[in-house]
Design a protein around this ligand. Structure first.
Ligand SMILES: C[S@@+](CC[C@H](N)C(=O)[O-])C[C@H]1O[C@@H](n2cnc3c(N)ncnc32)[C@H](O)[C@@H]1O
Length: 386
């Protein structure tokens, strides 16, 4: 997709966000969650089953992250996406005299951080919350702005979340259509089933286009609306079959991932719903802003993303593009580039807060993809806080 403004996407995205906001508002005024829309359905009560036999998540681009974070004894690191703790564990093993503030919005990840804290005599400080809450959470802990030495943000979902069918992210295993990274923390937060059973066809198509970059969004949205007239859509496999049924077999067979391996035809639909349910792009922007406030001058930031929407946001943030009107972040680099250059010429260096540590975006090495195929689409951007 082009880096320049796509007016259709911009319009669709705005429409989605208006619908979403008014929907959220109406949700906040209702007392019971998930009892609205065309059909009433119960949320599933399936429970989590993390296996303790294998590591819950294999960290992506570990060697590169350790290199660029360059953590030294006595430093304080903020891991904004603790997940299965893979990156944090590696940091602690390399430099035991470090303190890691371990954030995650998923209570399951925080339980693992608490366990790790015990193993490292209080050097891991678990923090349950979202990127958008980081500034307040750090302030409550008396962590001063500009005092952190290194920040890691490894966006998206962990394997722990993806592999547990009951979390509703999985395309291959059946489970309730949930996808909330926060688990049951916010009972009024809509889950993926709420989205597919409630939003109108146009809004659904806009979501699939904007967040899934799905070319067949309209066909899929129409099939979803047809299917839910008969029965509410409550299961991951149910949605996956509806999407598969909406597209000609030739399209389904032609779908490939970035390594040109066959991909499920509903992958983009699932991605779009996940981004919407968890407000991932706004959260990412708020996370980057929080890192900017938290890091000391000379502190290091590593950001790993897994799809182009996220990577574009990070790239533009680091180069200081105007992002205040993030409804969404569709703005023209053509306009912003010269404007920023002009401001820099005029001496307003405050616009750009980052020095890139690598000229180009960093991709995983081929060998590491073989060992950890989930990391195949990862992109790492690294920068120094000015
Ligand atoms: C890719 S995993 C991180 C894996 C981790 N680096 C490891 O090595 O195990 C991403 C994690 O970030 C968390 N996350 C995603 N968005 C978040 C947000 N807005 N606020 C806080 N945590 C978030 C998810 O719950 C998930 O556990």
């Amino acid at each position: 997709m082009s880096l320049h403004v796509n007016p259709v996407l911009q319009k669709a995205s705005l429409a989605v966000w208006r619908t979403w906001r008014s929907w959220k508002l109406s949700l906040h005024t209702s007392t019971v969650h998930a009892s609205f829309g065309p059909g009433h359905w119960e949320r599933s009560e399936e429970h989590s089953s993390i296996s303790t036999d294998k590591p819950p998540h294999t960290p992506v681009m570990l060697k590169e992250v350790l290199h660029y974070l360059n953590v030294q004894p006595g430093q304080v690191v903020l891991d904004m996406t603790f997940g299965g703790g893979g990156h944090t564990k590696a940091i602690m093993n390399m430099v035991p005299e470090v303190t890691v503030l371990a954030l995650d919005r998923d209570p399951t990840a925080i339980s693992l951080a608490q366990q790790l804290d015990k193993e490292h005599s209080g050097r891991v400080k678990p923090i349950l919350g979202r990127f958008s809450e980081v500034e307040a959470l750090l302030s409550n802990m008396n962590v001063q702005p500009g005092s952190i030495d290194a920040v890691l943000l490894d966006a998206g979902c962990s394997s722990m979340q993806m592999d547990q069918p009951e979390r509703g992210f999985s395309l291959s295993k059946d489970g309730p259509l949930d996808m909330r990274m926060d688990g049951e923390r916010y009972l009024d937060m809509p889950c993926a089933a709420d989205v597919v059973n409630t939003l109108d066809q146009q809004a659904l198509a806009s979501i699939l286009t904007a967040y899934g970059e799905e070319r067949h969004a309209r066909k899929i949205a129409s099939a979803i609306v047809e299917a839910r007239r008969v029965n509410p859509i409550t299961r991951t496999q149910q949605l996956a079959s509806i999407v598969a049924g909406a597209l000609p077999a030739a399209v389904a067979y032609a779908r490939k991932d970035r390594l040109h391996r066959p991909a499920h035809v509903a992958t983009k639909t699932f991605q779009a719903l996940r981004i919407l349910v968890n407000d991932e792009l706004n959260e990412l922007h708020k996370g980057l802003l929080a890192a900017q406030v938290a890091l000391r001058s000379g502190g290091r930031l590593c950001v790993i993303t897994f799809h182009s929407l996220e990577d574009r946001l990070v790239k533009r943030f680091l180069r200081g593009d105007e992002m205040s009107n993030l409804d969404h972040y569709h703005f023209s680099p053509r306009k912003q580039g010269p404007r920023r250059a002009k401001l820099e010429e005029e001496g307003d260096g405050g616009m750009v807060h980052w020095l890139p540590l690598s000229k180009k975006v960093i991709a995983p090495e081929k060998d590491s993809i073989k060992d950890n195929p989930r990391g195949r689409s990862a992109k790492l951007r690294v920068a120094l806080r000015k």
